[in-house]
Design a protein around this ligand. Structure first.
Ligand SMILES: Nc1ncnc2c1ncn2[C@@H]1O[C@H](COP(=O)(O)OP(=O)(O)O)[C@@H](O)[C@H]1O
Ligand SMILES: [Mg+2]
Length: 384
């Protein structure tokens, strides 16, 4: 089982000391596997797709009365991984999520969950799979207005046949988990948007799903609450380690949360990679436009500014992970008078990082070079 990044990071003298290999080199069996998945809306979509031989052109399909939702999606999601599906409105994010959770039936392709071909499941098995393995959270919260917070959260458990006593116990635990203690008997209308979404999150977690589907869960919230909910979400994921598909149209949100990001356009996954690779090596012009403005410190890891250790170096006791995202630990590095120790997965010190390196990254290599040059010229000037 993977351990994940602790994105939020700081704990006493240990910063971001939790790891997950967020690369694709993965020896585990995937939790989710999509193989050539298509979703085409419209009468005769099946036929038209078959006669196209899989080479789907959205414009041509439109002329034939079909709308392309998902176009040949193939990818895998590993246990404990948080995959973000990113893209503009209408790019097919929700449709892809709905195919995998089988809220909608894919037109073609194969989808496996823990190795099981879910497109071949009958209705009974499908409902069982959804109730036992999948948790879902939607932008609209989708709470039951005439039920209290406690009742809303206990509801899916009762549907599953859990006793009233047990479901109330479990719902109460979930309320504590999402920091809503004291609001058990409120109705949804008496809660703020952020609180309502906490109920949505608690309800989806009550059944202890292995896989968590979240479709723009924070998009309806104002920016401050949204940030707070992202932190809360990372905290929860740090504890729970679910396998997660998370849809957003907000690239900043994607960068904050993702292990990997899939960028969609017109139903096609244009690139699926780590945040750093997407920013540093965009696979297409479309992806490049998305990433052009992204500050490097939001995606690069400490190891990219780390220096080898000299035994004579005086370094701080404060330790940071080589996998920590620079932005999350920049403050600690900058406020220390000594270089910080950088550690690997096993907690061994593998290097150090100086404030000047981080400053140079934050304010750009060019300005650093200029500064060094002008110091050099000044000295030269004095000797003349
Ligand atoms: N039930 C539907 N019937 C017809 N077209 C749909 C349906 N659902 C989605 N679409 C179309 O599929 C495309 C992708 O939609 P969607 O997955 O909702 O995008 P996103 O979630 O990225 O905003 C859009 O063109 C949308 O209009
Ligand atoms: Mg959507």
């Amino acid at each position: 089982m993977h351990q994940r990044f602790n994105h939020a990071g700081l704990s006493s003298n240990l910063v971001n000391y939790a790891f997950m290999s967020s690369t694709t080199s993965n020896t585990q069996d995937p939790t989710i596997r999509c193989d050539g998945v298509y979703k085409i809306f419209g009468d005769n979509a099946d036929q038209i797709l078959k006669s196209s031989g899989g080479a789907v052109d959205a414009e041509k399909f439109k002329e034939q009365g079909c709308i392309v939702g998902v176009n040949d999606a193939s990818f895998e999601v590993y246990p404990g991984e948080l995959l973000i599906i990113m893209g503009l409105s209408g790019s097919g994010k929700s449709t892809l999520l709905r195919c995998i959770s089988r809220l909608t039936q894919a037109t073609a392709g194969n989808i496996y969950i823990d190795g099981e071909d879910i497109l071949s499941l009958n209705n009974k098995k499908l409902i069982e799979l959804r109730r036992s393995k999948m948790g879902m959270v939607f932008q609209s919260f989708a709470l039951l207005p005439h039920k209290t917070v406690l009742e809303n959260i206990a509801f899916p458990l009762q549907v599953k046949g859990v006793s009233t006593k047990k479901s109330i116990e479990r719902a109460s635990e979930m309320i504590e988990l999402v920091s809503l203690s004291g609001r058990e008997n409120y109705f949804p209308r008496e809660l703020s948007g952020g609180q309502q979404q906490r109920v949505g999150i608690a309800r989806s977690l009550a059944i202890e799903p292995d896989i968590w589907f979240l479709d723009e869960p924070f998009s309806a919230l104002d920016p401050l609450i949204r940030k707070e909910m992202q932190d809360e979400f990372l905290r929860l994921q740090g504890v729970l380690s679910k396998t997660i598909l998370f849809v957003t149209h907000d690239f900043d949100e994607a960068l904050r949360l993702a292990d990997r990001i899939a960028i969609m356009k017109d139903g096609i996954i244009e690139q699926l990679d780590t945040p750093a690779n997407i920013v540093l090596n965009p696979a297409s012009e479309y992806v490049r436009k998305f990433t052009a403005e992204v500050p490097r410190e939001k995606v690069l890891k400490i190891e990219t500014v780390m220096e080898p250790l000299n035994s004579s170096d005086e370094i701080s006791d404060l330790k940071i992970s080589k996998d920590a995202i620079i932005e999350t630990v920049a403050e600690s590095v900058l406020s220390s008078d000594k270089p910080l120790s950088v550690i690997n997965e096993s907690g061994e010190i593998v290097g150090s990082v100086r404030a000047s390196k981080v400053i140079s990254l934050l304010f750009g290599g060019a300005s650093q070079a200029t500064a060094e040059q002008s110091v050099g010229q000044g000295e030269a000037g004095q000797t003349l």
